[in-house]
Design a protein around this ligand. Structure first.
Ligand SMILES: C=C(O[C@@H]1C=C(C(=O)O)C=C[C@H]1O)C(=O)O
Ligand SMILES: [Mg+2]
Length: 461
């Protein structure tokens, strides 16, 4: 038996007070494949899809089509603008049942002041969508919501057509066997700025020794060419199978798919409680349990990595102190082990002040010193000066928020942009006074591995 909820509300969406009608219907469905649901939108909704799964695998989210987008290029108030528009759009929605929540999914680019042309040209500095078809799988229950936002008061016929299509999409996703996808075939592989990257590590450590900054995260990219166009479900299926311990995300806009498997939470808010994670300091995995344990111990005892980590802890703790009634943070880091790498990890949590929101927390936290540096402004200036690329959504907040103010953003690392038959992979590392170019270079190679593997390549040690 299917559960069904329907609501129609009226909202004023823009500053002109334009009045719109927001129709939505949520049905509970029997378990289906989130990836097959995504793939069912290949023809009609390519370029308007997203995929998300949290680290714990307790929440999977897929969106097909755009009922509404919220996007802007504001340099200073992009967070506030997204929050205000989402609030006005959802103010009349029923708030108390989480399965009825419309969800806004998207991201804020790493640095709105970066104008370097390339794969991110024209990508908005804030880009969010409310899906026409929203699939949420939570604690083993699956819900599909249909959203229609229109000026039209008589939208019944359109809504009915969308219902029919929804039933087709659900049917396509209730498959007995999930399709398996082959890996893409790489025809060439190059590191665009290897020499400038190595030189920049020396330049940045010199800057740090002159006390112009304490820590700066420097990143680089890797470019791949494939023998043919690669599809989004094809690469998403690889990360779903290969990176189960990470956040998984994919966000399409026009021809571009930005996707990744990140171990790092920026912020999660659930019923007024906030969670973040300090993830910085890295070492590779060992080939045997013993070697792995030894690497882990040396990471825990290494002053250079400990320094990289502490800057992140100090800043996130400070932000939580300002926004929370109470908070907890352990005294020392533990290890976070994922397939290719281990990190120093310190979880943070707290009870939010009544006026703190997930978007405001995201605004305050981004970029943490795990991806930007310390002090923030000096680090950002150094990144603009020494990185010849545009990070786009790499290292930036990606995630969702619902109408009640719950939500979660990951830091979009271990990620890549796929554009037809080309992909750009991104990786970086925290540079401190005692960083060495060659070992930082090696660290980025390890961080490229998850996306490189998903895209059909491999790196030898
Ligand atoms: C910058 C990246 O990762 C960040 C930098 C780390 C480091 O330098 O040790 C570790 C985890 C992340 O906070 C990346 O993966 O590209
Ligand atoms: Mg590092």
């Amino acid at each position: 038996m299917q559960q069904k909820w329907y609501q129609a509300t009226e909202v004023e969406v823009d500053s002109l007070g334009q009045s719109l009608h927001f129709y939505m219907e949520t049905i509970e469905v029997s378990r289906l494949s989130a990836l097959a649901f995504y793939a069912a939108g290949e023809e009609r909704y390519k370029g308007e899809r997203f995929y998300w799964q949290n680290r714990e695998k307790t929440m999977t989210l897929v969106g097909l089509g755009h009922a509404h987008t919220i996007q802007n290029n504001a340099k200073n108030d992009r967070f506030d603008a997204v929050e205000a528009e989402w609030k006005s759009l959802t103010k009349n929605c029923v708030k108390d049942q989480s399965e009825l929540q419309p969800i806004l999914f998207g991201g804020f680019t790493f640095d709105p002041q970066n104008n370097v042309a390339g794969e991110w040209t024209d990508f908005p500095e804030a880009y969010f969508a409310l899906a026409t078809y929203q699939l949420v799988i939570r604690d083993d229950k699956a819900y599909v919501s249909l959203h229609l936002i229109t000026k039209d008061q008589q939208a019944e016929a359109r809504f009915e057509a969308l219902r029919k299509e929804r039933d087709h999409l659900i049917h396509a996703a209730q498959v007995k066997e999930v399709k398996t996808y082959s890996k893409p075939e790489i025809t060439s592989y190059f590191e665009p700025y290897k020499e400038p990257y190595l030189a920049s590590i020396d330049q940045v450590t010199a800057l740090i020794k002159q006390k112009k900054a304490d820590k700066v995260v420097i990143a680089r990219s890797l470019a791949l060419q494939f023998n043919e166009q690669v599809s989004s479900p094809q690469v998403l299926s690889q990360i779903i199978h290969e990176q189960p311990e990470s956040y998984l995300f994919g966000l399409e806009r026009q021809e571009l798919l930005f996707f990744g498997a990140s171990p790092e939470r920026l912020v999660k808010v659930e019923d007024g409680r906030a969670f973040s994670s300090c993830v910085a300091g890295s070492i590779k995995r060992g080939k045997t349990a013993e070697e792995d344990e030894n690497y882990g111990q040396s990471l825990l005892n290494d002053p250079k990595n400990g320094g990289e980590h502490q800057y992140v802890v100090d800043m996130i703790a400070e932000t939580f102190r300002k926004n929370c009634l109470e908070m907890t943070i352990p005294d020392s880091p533990r290890l976070l082990k994922i397939r290719d790498i281990q990190h120093l990890y310190t979880p943070v949590e707290g009870q939010l002040n009544s006026d703190a929101t997930i978007i405001q927390l995201t605004k305050s936290l981004h970029p943490t010193p795990a991806l930007g540096g310390v002090p923030r402004n000096e680090a950002m200036a150094a990144i603009r000066k020494y990185e010849p690329m545009n990070r786009g959504l790499y290292a930036a907040p990606i995630g969702w928020v619902d109408a009640e103010g719950n939500g979660e953003f990951a830091v979009a690392i271990r990620s890549a942009a796929l554009l037809k038959d080309k992909a750009y992979l991104y990786a970086g590392g925290g540079i401190v006074a005692d960083s060495e170019p060659h070992s930082e270079y090696e660290e980025t190679l390890v961080k490229f591995r998850p996306m490189l593997r998903a895209l059909g390549g491999q790196l030898h040690e």
